[in-house]
Each structure stands twice: as C-alpha cells, then as structure tokens.
Ligand binder design. Structure first.
Ligand code: PEP
Ligand code: MN
Length: 360
C-alpha cells in the first residue's frame, strides 16, 4: 500500500475537541428545527453540527431531504452559533453546492461508499479542497471497499480525511440495525492509523438505548470521536426517529463517557488490559448472539418434530454433533473435557427449547 497517511491528524490541527463530537439531526427539516438544535448543541461538547440535506432512502416515497435550501439554514446556524457544519454529499453536484455554501465537513454515506464509480466522481469534484472529508463504511462488510474510497480521496490531494464506522447490513431481524462487525474497523485502524476513526452509534443501534454503550466501546478501542443523531424533538423526526436523542440526553451521555489517556507507564499497561477486555466483550456478544440463533433453530426443529410426531432426543444425531465438535476442538486446541461440558450444556438447552414447543 502506498504511503498515503495523514502526517498530522486534522483533529489537532483544527483545535477541535477530543474526542470529536459531531451531532445534529438525521435530516434538516425546517429552518427553525436546524436553528433550534444548533443553539441547543452549542451548550454541549459538540464541535460540528450535522444535518442531511439529500437523504438516501431505501424505499421511494419517504422524505428525501429538503435539498439545497437546507444549506442556507446550516450556514445561518454556523453564523449564529460558531459551530462548524457538515452534510452528506452523494454526487459531484452536491459537492459543488456544499462548497458554495461553505460547508466545513463533507461526508460520503454508506450507500455511496459501495460504488467506486460514484466515489471517484465525488473525489474528482473535491480535488485539492482543504475541507474535512469523512467516509462512512460501505453497507456491506467489505474492508477493501472502505479503504479504496479513502485511497481515491488521497489520490485527489484531499488530506483531511476521517472514517466513520456505522455498521453493516444483514438480512433479517438483528440485535442491531447495522451489525458493528468490530473486527472491520479494528483492521481499518491498523491499516490507516493516522486517519481519525469516529463511531456513528445511531445507525449501528437503530434505537436510542445502545448509544452510550456503543460510544464507550468505541472509545475503549481508541476511536477519535463520534457522530450522533440529535433532534430537538426526536419522536417527531421526519427520518430515523427511533434512533435520535435530544441535545440534553447527548450531553448526559458524553459526560459519562470515560476517555482513556495514556500518560504514565502504569496507565499504558492498564489500557492494554482494557483493550483486551473490550475485545473479549465483543467476542462474548457474538457468542451469545450465535447461541440465541442456534436455539431459535432448535425451536423450529421442535415445531417440525411436533408436526411429524418424532421424539425430541435423536441419539444418533447427537453423537454425530458431538463427534464433529470434538474433532474441531482438537484442531483448534480446545480440550476434550471443555468441548464435552460445553456441548452437553448447549444440547440440554436446545432440548429445553424443543420441549417448550412440544408441550405448548
Ligand atoms: C445519515 O448519516 O443520516 C445516513 C444516511 O447515514 P448512512 O450513510 O450511514 O446510512
Ligand atoms: Mn439517519
């Protein structure tokens, strides 16, 4: 990979707060709403006001953004509050209009990062600009596509680049609206250590409850900041209502976050431990998620057995499962005793789930 890393991080250069906080509504709706939220955010740790003007909506017919008029509202919010302003651009025309209206930070959305053609068009329209450009991860879990977008920007002499982790799409109901897949941003950070990485907990979670948890997890993994959807009246928002929070709630969340600074050796080694623990937590989350999925399938099998009048315990099948897992355990250095205990417990829980179905 070519040496295209930022020499000094633009967060420090701009004298912006660390961790960097970008907040504001999913969509600019009216001039009043933009000004109201901007004035409320001025009293929080927010450095940058965000608002979508052109909204990429999955289905047609939903609110698709107010368009260029919203840029004037953002400009006014900047004049009145001193906050920097940020919006999403998805084509060369958006870039031109945003630059005309002195937008400070342009971001490329998750649905745009997936398309090298569009990213290339946007990068060329931005050639040599001295603005901050943030790139959201693509909707699909593809690290190379994310990194490719960053490289296309560098190739056009754009140097104040950042990345936003907003999670990845999966099919079907999930714990998250967009799965975090933490290993992808961790790999991204290893490959681009000087590109500030921010978390977008709003689009990962899809609801308000997990925002604080996701922000803390990101800080524990040394992310440089966050972008959080914030609305004066979240329930009435025209887009992404469930995941938006009030500026007051934003302030509460950010006040309670622990930012770890490595000053002395002892603190450094405590940080190493904390990072490893965070990694363990991430794996544990996945284990529970997978176990829940396994039990859901066991329940489906229970339904089938009930309809077909088949007994729950099928010894032959259980022996097959166990033999396969003992083999895998040997390959991966997990002891026989451990595999036996683990799989007996899992099998028992599956049987309990099936019993519930049969006795319904
Ligand atoms: C947004 O930030 O409002 C947005 C549309 O995000 P994403 O591109 O991550 O879906
Ligand atoms: Mn949104």
């Amino acid at each position: 990979m070519q040496d295209n890393k930022i020499k000094d991080n633009w967060i420090n250069k701009f004298g912006l707060s660390h961790p960097l906080l970008i907040a504001g509504p999913c969509s600019a709706e009216t001039e009043e709403q933009v000004l109201e939220v901007a004035h409320q955010l001025k009293n929080t740790s927010t450095s940058i006001l965000r608002a979508g003007i052109w909204k990429p909506r999955t289905r047609p017919g939903n609110f698709e953004g107010v368009g260029a008029i919203g840029l004037k509202w953002l400009q006014r919010a900047k004049e009145e509050t001193g906050l920097l302003i940020a919006t999403e651009v998805a084509n060369a025309n958006h870039v031109e209009l945003a630059l005309e209206h002195d937008v400070d930070i342009l971001w490329i959305g998750a649905r745009t990062t997936v398309s090298p053609f569009v990213v290339q068009e946007i990068a060329q329209a931005m050639k040599g600009i001295d603005k901050i450009v943030l790139v959201k991860n693509p909707v699909n879990p593809d690290l190379a596509l994310w990194e490719g977008a960053i490289e296309r920007l560098y190739a056009q002499n754009i140097n104040k680049i950042g990345a936003i982790h907003r999670g990845f799409s999966t099919y079907g109901q999930n714990h998250y609206r967009n799965n975090p897949e933490w290993q992808i941003p961790i790999d991204f950070k290893n490959n681009f250590p000087d590109v500030p990485l921010l978390i977008d907990p709003s689009h990962i979670a899809g609801n308000r409850d997990k925002i604080a948890y996701l922000c803390q997890k990101a800080l524990d993994l040394n992310y440089e900041g966050m972008m959080i959807e914030t609305h004066p009246n979240p329930d009435k928002a025209w887009s992404d209502a469930k995941q938006q929070i009030t500026p007051q709630r934003l302030q509460e969340i950010t006040e309670n976050l622990r930012v770890r600074t490595a000053k002395v050796d002892q603190q450094l080694s405590a940080e190493v431990l904390e990072k490893l623990r965070t990694k363990i937590d991430i794996v544990d989350d996945k284990i529970i998620d997978l176990l829940a999925k396994r039990m859901a399938i066991a329940s489906e099998i229970g339904e089938w057995k009930k309809e077909n009048n088949v007994s729950i315990l099928q010894v032959e099948r259980w022996n097959q499962v166990l033999a396969r897992m003992l083999g895998l355990g040997e390959e991966t250095n997990l002891s026989e005793t451990f595999i036996l205990r683990l799989y007996k417990a899992i099998h028992q829980e599956s049987i309990n789930h099936q019993n519930k179905i049969i006795n319904k």
